[in-house]
Design a protein around this ligand. Structure first.
Ligand SMILES: *[C@@H]1O[C@H](CO)[C@@H](O)[C@H](O)[C@H]1NC(C)=O
Ligand SMILES: *[C@@H]1O[C@H](CO)[C@@H](O)[C@H](O)[C@H]1NC(C)=O
Ligand SMILES: *[C@@H]1O[C@H](CO)[C@@H](O)[C@H](O)[C@H]1NC(C)=O
Ligand SMILES: *[C@@H]1O[C@H](CO)[C@@H](O)[C@H](O)[C@H]1NC(C)=O
Length: 507
């Protein structure tokens, strides 16, 4: 029966293909609040010799609501562990999942920074998936009502209960010192789990963690500008000239047609639709943001291809093309190297509809992550900076209000300027923000070309809160395995992270 249906469907497909004009595939590839399509903590380059089956997979029955004892709901939280490096009396390392699916690769790859330290320390390594991401579905769907169970505070209590349960399940770990790890949002979580549960978590390494919440994250685009300028001021001059030329072309029908061709847009630009134009600006900026955020990371294409110099300045410093051609080349190269084939979708309303899908479908991670920005963190990458806005072609191109209005459009009128501001204040109060992490034994690595480092903790007056600012590296660079391209600053940073932890564990 199956084959008959298949034949019929094939026949139908042929008919459709013959009748319909060849339509390009639409690509919605913009970063969403600093989150690329695949997640913020990039997967390391896969080493084909790595045996994923070194990881043991499990699920843990987790409480739905840690803050309401009358709620008896539970869900299955995915986790993996690997004890091949464990030595009697060794510590337990826990990688916290963030705003995307987790992967057993993290516990089974021996060349990563944290697994290298695990081998030195004889540690047992665990990785848990964050609630509402990947296959960890706490509720039937992701309706706004159900998303109320999605917060960093719940995720931290998930980690705490997980630690207690594993300590019972594996009696060898009864007295183990637990160290939390994470990168990006989960880097902040790693630090905050130590802040909230010092009795369970001995130390934390939070890579590129934005531990300060902020509604209008103007510094993000300032750092993108600075990082390109640091590599080449002539390149930066060409990039800003490009953005300003786009702003000019938007003013006329002929110019808008040129932009449609240049950026291979699926739809025409509608100058009477402010959201359509702002969404287009996101499309223009997004490759520059994502390339800078991961430039040089030993993770897939970012190691050598999608770098500031190779993917941006190689084109912008080419005297044989005009400014618009340079922008087209950056855009096309970014899409090609990232595996996006098709036209760039700039349908704002279509994006909002996509984000309103309450199933655990294609929008799952974006819907969950944007929810967390609307109800906890802000982190809105606006052009509101008077320093940088003009560099991007105008301070009004992406105002913070545009992002807040998306909270309202996606989740409802209760999510607005007032609620986002109150939520961000509450987050900084709950965790202490950058300047008030009232605990000890936290290492906080940050690369200083990464736009997110602007919300990280970069200085400390306490000898056991240790920021590690890495000159010239991008987001979470310290988490990956060593590579021949590593800067000396990165090699030194990895040594400092390992020796700091070693000092604490041996004390
Ligand atoms: C720009 O980046 C390239 C590749 O990473 C590097 O070789 C070059 O030294 C950088 N230039 C500056 C001025 O940092
Ligand atoms: C830091 O936290 C303490 C204790 O919670 C609080 O009294 C103080 O006001 C906080 N300081 C800042 C700058 O937030
Ligand atoms: C460190 O101490 C100085 C002087 O007391 C203070 O001004 C500064 O804010 C402190 N910095 C941090 C990151 O706590
Ligand atoms: C970072 O590295 C660059 C190039 O190697 C150097 O010029 C600069 O002084 C360094 N910055 C710091 C803060 O060490």
């Amino acid at each position: 029966m199956g084959s008959r249906i298949l034949l019929l469907s094939l026949a139908a497909l042929v008919v459709v293909a013959l009748c319909a004009p060849a339509e390009q595939q639409r690509v919605r590839r913009n970063m969403v609040r600093g989150r690329p399509r695949g997640g913020m903590k990039k997967m390391p380059i896969r080493d084909p010799s790595v045996q994923i089956d070194a990881a043991v997979a499990g699920t843990f029955q987790q409480k739905l609501d840690h803050f309401d004892a009358s709620n008896i709901g539970t869900f299955d939280q995915r986790y993996w562990y690997n004890n091949q490096w464990y030595k009697d009396g060794g510590p337990a390392f826990l990688m916290l999942g963030g705003e995307g699916p987790e992967d057993p690769y993290w516990v089974s790859t021996s060349s990563l920074e944290w697994t290298t330290i695990a081998q030195q320390q004889g540690a047992w390594v665990f990785d848990i998936e964050h609630r509402f991401y990947g296959q960890t579905h706490p509720t039937r769907d992701m309706s706004t009502d159900n998303l109320k169970f999605l917060s960093s505070a719940q995720a931290i209590e998930d980690a705490a209960d997980f630690i207690k349960a594993m300590t019972t399940k594996f009696p060898q770990l009864a007295n183990a010192k637990w160290v939390t790890f994470g990168g990006s949002y989960s880097g902040a979580l790693a630090a905050w789990t130590r802040v909230k549960h010092p009795e369970l978590v001995f130390a934390a390494v939070g890579s590129s963690g934005p531990v300060q919440a902020e509604v209008d994250f103007v510094e993000y685009l300032e750092v993108v500008q600075n990082s390109i300028t640091r590599n080449s001021s002539a390149c930066a001059a060409s990039v800003t000239s490009g953005f300003n030329q786009v702003a000019q072309l938007l003013q006329t029908p002929a110019g808008r047609q040129t932009l449609k061709t240049t950026f291979n847009l699926c739809q025409s630009l509608n100058i009477n639709d402010a959201n359509n134009i702002k969404y287009f600006w996101e499309t223009v900026y997004s490759p520059y943001m994502e390339i800078v955020q991961y430039s040089g990371d030993s993770a897939g294409e970012f190691a050598t291809q999608l770098t500031i110099s190779h993917a941006i300045c190689r084109y912008h410093l080419n005297d044989n093309s005009n400014t618009l051609q340079k922008m087209k080349q950056v855009n096309d190269y970014f899409n090609m190297a990232s595996g996006y084939f098709g036209c760039n979708d700039i349908d704002y309303n279509g994006f909002i509809e996509f984000m309103k899908d309450t199933s655990y479908g294609d929008a799952q991670s974006d819907r969950a992550w944007v929810w967390q920005t609307c109800t906890e963190f802000g982190y809105y990458q606006s052009t509101d900076s008077t320093k940088s806005g003009p560099w991007y072609g105008g301070v009004n191109n992406l105002p913070v209000q545009y992002y807040i209005d998306e909270c309202t459009a996606i989740y409802g009128s209760a999510y607005n300027s007032d609620s986002v501001k109150a939520a961000v204040d509450q987050t900084n109060k709950y965790y202490g923000g950058r300047d008030n992490l009232t605990t000890s034994r936290i290492v906080l690595p940050n690369g200083d070309i990464d736009p997110w480092h602007a919300l990280g903790k970069l200085t400390s007056n306490s000898s056991d809160i240790v920021p590690v600012v890495i000159n010239g590296t991008a987001h979470c660079a310290d988490m990956y395995g060593t590579s021949p391209h590593d800067l000396q600053s990165l090699t030194d940073a990895r040594k400092l992270i390992a020796s700091t932890l070693d000092g604490w564990l041996k004390a």
